[in-house]
Design a protein around this ligand. Structure first.
Ligand SMILES: [Zn+2]
Length: 170
């Protein structure tokens, strides 16, 4: 078995492509794509699609000297925080991300957690099944909790740059 350099998930070694700046093993990237494929083919599963994208992204932070990687981690953590705090529609979630992206230059590198309790290896076997959505929700929640050290930073960033978040805090 080979450990993913991003999330630590164990998969049988395999060759293949990986993402440009979200660093992972080829097997973990393939598992992520398997989960995405199930979501693209089901209107129901599209409801958790953004949790999948954000969760996998923040488990694969990549090179902290690469601005794209730093911004990706910050933006996906911020959207994960927002989605977990309050259910918002996919359209609102996308709008929030576009809004965040205008402020991405302000994001600082964040040291990732030493380990993640749940990974794509725990979700991919359930891709497209009745348990898919619940697995993804649990994966998202646990991963956000694993990043606890930086919750204060992300919430403060949201307070400055997200009107929707500011409204929630009232
Ligand atoms: Zn991984």
């Amino acid at each position: 078995m080979e450990s993913c350099l991003g999330c630590g998930a164990l998969f049988p070694p395999q060759d293949g492509v990986t993402h440009a700046y979200m660093a992972s093993s080829p097997a973990c990237f393939a598992a992520f794509n398997q989960i995405l494929a199930a979501e693209y083919s089901s209107a129901l599963l599209m409801g958790v699609h953004r949790f999948t994208v954000d969760t996998w992204a923040v488990q694969h932070p990549g090179d902290p000297s690469d601005r794209r990687a730093v911004q990706s981690v910050g933006l996906h953590l911020a959207r994960l925080c927002l989605q977990l705090a309050c259910p918002i529609s996919p359209a609102e979630t996308n709008a929030a991300m576009l809004d965040f992206a205008r402020h991405k230059k302000t994001l600082e590198p964040l040291a990732p957690p030493r380990a993640f309790r749940m990974t794509a290896a725990d979700v991919a076997p359930f891709a497209g099944t009745q348990q898919h959505a619940q697995k993804v929700r649990t994966w998202a929640q646990l991963t956000w909790e694993d990043w606890a050290e930086h919750h204060g930073y992300i919430r403060a960033w949201l307070s400055r740059h997200c009107a929707h978040w500011a409204d929630l805090q009232q």
